[in-house]
Design a protein around this ligand. Structure first.
Ligand SMILES: Cc1cc2nc3c(=O)[nH]c(=O)nc-3n(C[C@H](O)[C@H](O)[C@H](O)COP(=O)(O)OP(=O)(O)OC[C@H]3O[C@@H](n4cnc5c(N)ncnc54)[C@H](O)[C@@H]3O)c2cc1C
Length: 403
C-alpha cells in the first residue's frame, strides 16, 4: 500500500550523500513547501566522503537538526529497491512504498573490487569501509595499496604519515594516469618516494593469497609483495541498478539531459551516478566523481524538479591532498593544443599548468597555487581567450589575466 495520500505530492530523493542532501535543502531554498523525503541506504546521517581517504574523520554534511528544521523527512537505512515509473512509486527494501511527484536518483557510485578471492581486501567508499580500514593501520604495518589514483594515493600518504610501510601497485605506466598529465604526476610520485613509499608502476596483480604472516600479492611481472593490509583503490562504478531495473536509459551512468532529467517522466538523476552532456565541452557526455559537482548537480536538479529550464554548465573541479601538497584541478584538459607552465615544477612545491585550445583556457592543474586555481575556474567558465605569455609570466597577477 502507498503511504498516505499526502506523500503523492512529495519530492523523493534516493541517496542521502553529497548530491541528494544538497538537493533536499535546495528544494526548500527555492521555495518548495511540499513534502521532501530523503531516503539513504546508509545507517548514518549524511556525511562527507573526501575526509575518509585523508584524515579519516567523520564529517557530517549537516546537523541532523537542520534536516528537521527544513522539514525534510530523512530516512536512514532506507535502501530504494524498486521503481515503478508509470505509477510514480519508489519502493524501499522492506516494502514501504513512496509515491512521488518528482524523484531524484542520487545513488552515487560504489567502489570497484578486485576479481580475486583468497585474502581480505579493503575498499574505501563509505564510513563503514573507513572504520574497518583505519582500525588496521598502525606504525610498522605493511600496507599495499592497489591502484595509484587519487583515493589510493591519499590513503598511501596518510598511512605513511602513521608510520606504515606502504607499497603502491599501479597497472598503468605512471600514477594518476586518468586524471593528470605526466609532469604533474611525476611531482606527486617524487613526494611519495621521499616519504618512503615504494611505488611499483606498470605491473598488474594476478593473485592474492593469505599467508601465516599476512597476504602475499603476486604481480604480473613475476614478483611478490607481502602485506598486512591490502586496499584496492581501483575506481568506482556508478550505482545504476535501480534505474536499469526500471528501464531507464543507462550507459556507464544514468543518462540525463542538461537539466538532469532521465528517460523516465519526472525522474531525475544527478551526482556521481549520472552521465550528462556538458555545454562547455561540446555537449560531450561526462560522468564525474567530484564533491563540488555533486553539490552543484543537487542544486540544479532541485531547480529542474521545480520546473526550471536552465541548463547546468558548471566547470568541473576536483582536489586532492597528499602530504603537504594540495593539488586542485579545474576544467578538462583533453583536446588542448598548448600547455603553459607558471612557476617551477622541478622544485615540486608550487606551480600551475594551464591548458589552452585555440587560445581559450580550458583547464588548469594547480599545485599549492590557490589563486591560479580560483581565477582559472572563472576564466574557463567565461571561455576566456588568454595570452599564453601572460599566463606563464609570474609578474602578471592572475586577477589581471583578462586584460
Ligand atoms: C574516499 C573518497 C575521497 C574523495 N575525495 C574527494 C576529493 O578530495 N575531492 C573531490 O572533489 N571529490 C572527492 N571524492 C568524490 C566525492 O566524494 C563524490 O564525488 C561525492 O560524494 C558524490 O556525491 P553523490 O551524492 O553523487 O554520491 P555519494 O556521496 O556516493 O552518495 C550516494 C548515496 O546514495 C546511497 N545509495 C546508493 N544506492 C541507494 C539506494 N538504492 N537507495 C538509497 N540510497 C542509496 C549510498 O549509500 C550513498 O550514501 C571522494 C570520494 C571518496 C569515496
Amino acid at each position: 500500500m502507498p503511504d498516505s495520500a499526502s506523500t503523492a505530492a512529495a519530492i523523493v530523493i534516493a541517496g542521502a550523500g553529497e548530491c541528494g542532501t544538497r538537493a533536499a535543502f535546495a528544494l526548500r531554498e527555492q521555495g518548495w513547501d511540499g513534502p521532501v523525503i530523503l531516503a539513504g541506504a546508509e545507517p548514518s546521517p549524511p556525511y562527507e566522503r573526501p575526509p575518509l581517504s585523508k584524515t579519516g574523520e567523520l564529517k557530517p554534511i549537516c546537523d541532523p537538526a537542520a534536516l528537521r528544521e527544513a522539514d525534510i523527512t530523512f530516512l536512514p537505512g532506507a535502501e530504494a529497491a524498486g521503481l515503478d515509473t508509470a505509477a510514480h512509486v519508489l519502493e524501499l527494501a522492506g516494502g514501504r512504498r513512496l509515491p512521488y511527484r518528482s524523484l531524484l536518483l542520487a545513488t552515487g557510485a560504489r567502489a570497484r573490487r578486485l576479481p580475486f578471492g583468497g585474502a581480505p581486501v579493503h575498499v574505501l567508499r563509505t564510513h563503514a569501509d573507513s572504520v574497518a580500514l583505519r582500525g588496521r593501520l598502525a606504525p610498522g604495518r605493511r600496507v599495499a595499496v592497489i591502484g595509484g589514483g587519487f583515493i589510493g594515493l591519499e590513503l598511501a600518504s596518510s598511512a605513511a604519515a602513521l608510520g606504515c610501510a606502504v607499497t603502491v601497485i599501479e597497472l598503468g605506466p605512471r600514477l594518476m594516469g586518468r586524471a593528470v598529465p605526466a609532469r604533474v604526476a611525476a611531482v606527486m610520485a617524487q613526494r611519495h618516494v621521499a616519504a618512503g613509499v615504494d611505488i611499483r608502476c606498470g605491473t598488474g596483480v594476478t593473485g592474492l593469497e593469505r599467508t601465516a604472516s599476512g597476504v602475499m600479492i603476486t604481480l604480473a611481472e613475476g614478483g611478490i609483495v607481502e602485506a598486512d593490509v591490502v586496499v584496492a583503490g581501483v575506481g568506482a562504478a556508478p550505482e545504476t541498478s535501480l534505474a536499469e531495473a526500471a528501464g531507464i536509459e543507462v550507459a556507464d551512468g544514468i543518462v540525463v539531459d542538461v537539466r538532469f532529467a532521465t528517460s523516465a517522466p519526472d525522474v531525475f538523476a544527478a551526482g556521481d551516478c549520472c552521465r550528462y552532456p556538458h555545454p562547455l565541452y561540446d555537449d560531450r557526455p561526462l560522468r564525474l566523481e567530484s564533491w563540488r559537482a555533486a553539490q552543484e548537480h543537487g542544486t540544479a536538479a532541485a531547480r529542474a524538479m521545480l520546473g526550471g529550464t536552465e541548463p547546468y554548465a558548471g566547470v568541473p573541479w576536483f582536489w586532492t591532498d597528499q602530504y603537504d601538497v594540495k593539488m586542485q584541478m579545474a576544467g578538462l584538459s583533453a583536446g588542448h593544443d598548448r600547455a603553459v607552465v607558471r612557476g617551477n615544477p622541478d622544485t615540486g612545491r608550487s606551480f600551475a599548468v594551464f591548458y589552452l585550445r585555440e587560445g581559450t583556457l580550458i583547464a588548469v592543474d594547480a599545485v599549492n597555487r590557490a589563486p591560479e586555481f580560483m581565477m582559472s575556474r572563472q576564466l574557463i567558465a567565461e571561455r576566456a581567450r588568454i595570452d599564453p605569455a601572460r599566463l606563464g609570466d609570474e609578474s602578471v597577477a592572475m586577477k589581471d589575466m583578462r586584460t
